[in-house]
Design a binder for this molecule. Structure first.
Ligand code: FES
Length: 500
């Protein structure tokens, strides 16, 4: 692990008007990912989409960094955020915010229109909003915040329970106020007239935002009504600004498959393609969607909590102090810690790395058992993984692998027929795809897998450019599948527990 240095530097972000204080040597990926900046090639320096323009200050560059910039034909004031660390005060312009970032830009029929819109990803933990110029697709401002409902519990189950216990109105007020305040803050720096606000989120967030009863999500068979976009006026949300066309929270596709996945489908453009595309969101519920222009199937797998740190003894989200990645070097595990600080815990991406490395180095067996017989294995600093943590990981990865198998069966294809698999999720920018494959979470070829960051936010931005009714084209060809209802589910699930 890198030496710790408490010296701090200021990063000023244009055009967001943001100032961040970070520790010396903090990778820019850590500072930027929470504002919705994507790292599509996962920091390999091949896509160039994480480029930032250095407006003031210095970024130390390695020879490899220079070569990558030359290979991408980038002029001298550009840097790749994925290759940069903060070593002095700097001012940056984020290249990506000049236009929408998509997996395959040719597939998005982006029709410029007049005015301005705000896209909001209403996450269980984090809220992200971006103000977009609809005539250019340019992101003018971004705000992030914690979902204030966290006082009712960090995970979805506790939130739903709080709703069932009679706190729905308060929870609606909290989330509406928080999103409204984020939008107002962006409008203070950019006093424009808003035309549209598009909100996406999981099914529980959608119900809470509308002040609806969440009881249907609390007991089997789970279901969610309200299958259309829910429109609101600024007045009923208590928002103190005007929105001339609409404020809409986009619909869920099934009990625990929310509009964040609907937006993810739009972001991957799977509904336009002939070949089969898959999307796995390793956030809250481990949702999966697979399909093409003929039809899409989707499901939630209940795999998410492990990747968000729940049920893992030292698990945490991708925030400062979390080990974000681990690599094996000379038989030693090396940790990268978000914010370049002492490790406090492990986030989902590093959990995948840890299990993969422990398996590769023969410390755990094919059933996930710690072969030394000890109760835990050290990871980095004080951070350890217990036998139970590894078991929780196996449950999560088996849920994803079983979900992929059953959904492809439903489409009448094999897992190998999927031509592209996109991985989304809060820590999607950090995931090591080789490690994902070696754990056996997916049997799809490594070359077909690509990270895609926050697909919910990308899709919400795309919805800003479409008429609200156009999401019906996706909904019309999408079926929600109840995985547990599949007759072979248990057998497939148990089989997928085995480590790759
Ligand atoms: S060049 Fe692709 S993420 Fe940096």
């Amino acid at each position: 692990m890198e030496l710790l240095n408490r010296k701090q530097h200021r990063i000023t972000l244009h055009p967001l008007g943001k100032q961040l204080l970070v520790n010396d040597q903090t990778p820019l990926i850590d500072a930027l990912h929470e504002y919705g900046v994507e790292f599509p090639c996962g920091g390999k320096g091949t896509c160039g989409k994480c480029r930032v323009k250095l407006l003031a200050g210095e970024i130390e560059m390695s020879e490899v960094h220079r070569q990558k910039l030359r290979g991408l034909n980038l002029e001298q004031d550009w840097r790749l955020a994925c290759y940069s660390r903060c070593t002095s005060d700097i001012t940056l312009e984020i290249g990506q915010f000049d236009h929408l970032i998509l997996a395959d830009e040719s597939d998005f029929r982006f029709t410029p229109s007049e005015g301005f819109g705000v896209a909001v990803d209403v996450g269980t933990t984090t809220l992200v909003a971006q103000l977009v110029d609809l005539s250019t697709g340019k992101v003018l401002a971004a705000e992030t915040g914690l979902n204030p409902q966290v006082k009712f519990g960090a995970d979805l189950i506790s939130r739903i329970q709080a709703g069932v216990d009679g706190h729905t109105a308060e929870m609606a007020g909290l989330i509406r106020d928080a999103v409204g305040a984020m939008i107002l803050k962006m409008l203070e720096n950019h006093p424009v007239k808003l035309n549209r606000v598009v909100l996406v989120g999981n099914s529980a967030m959608r119900l809470f935002f509308g002040g609806h009863d969440v009881k249907p999500l609390s007991m089997y068979p789970f279901h969610i009504g309200h299958s259309a976009i829910q429109f609101y006026s600024p007045d009923e949300l208590g928002w103190n600004f005007r929105v001339s066309e609409f404020i809409g929270f986009y619909p869920s596709m099934g009990s625990f498959v929310g509009s964040d996945i609907l937006a993810g489908i739009a972001a991957t453009a799977m509904h336009f393609r002939d070949e089969f595309t898959a999307l796995i969101d390793l956030g809250t519920n481990g949702e999966i969607a697979i399909g093409n222009r003929q039809g899409i199937v989707c499901a939630s797998t209940a795999a998410g909590p492990a990747f968000e740190g729940a049920c893992i003894s030292m698990g945490m989200r991708a925030v400062t102090g979390a080990i974000s990645s681990l690599r094996l070097d000379n038989a030693t595990m090396h940790a990268e810690v978000i914010g370049n600080t002492a490790p406090k815990g492990i986030c989902g991406s590093a959990l995948i790395d840890a299990v993969s490395i422990l398996r590769q180095t023969g410390q755990i067996g094919m059933f996930g058992e710690i072969l030394s017989g000890a109760e835990s294995v050290p990871v980095a600093g004080q951070v350890i993984l217990t036998q139970k943590d590894i078991y929780e990981f196996q449950l999560a990865k088996a849920a994803i692998a079983a979900g992929l198998e059953i959904l492809t069966q439903n489409l009448g294809i094999a897992v190998g027929d999927i031509s592209k698999l996109y991985i989304a999720g809060g820590f999607g920018n950090y995931i090591n795809i080789d490690h994902l494959v070696t754990t056996g979470m997916t049997e799809i070829d490594r070359e077909k897998i690509q990270r895609m960051g926050n697909t919910a936010l990308i899709g919400a931005k795309m919805f800003l450019f479409m008429t609200p009714g156009s999401v019906n084209e996706i909904l019309a060809i999408t079926r929600h599948i109840n995985l547990e209802g599949h007759p072979g589910f248990q057998d497939i699930y148990v089989e997928k527990m085995i480590m790759g």
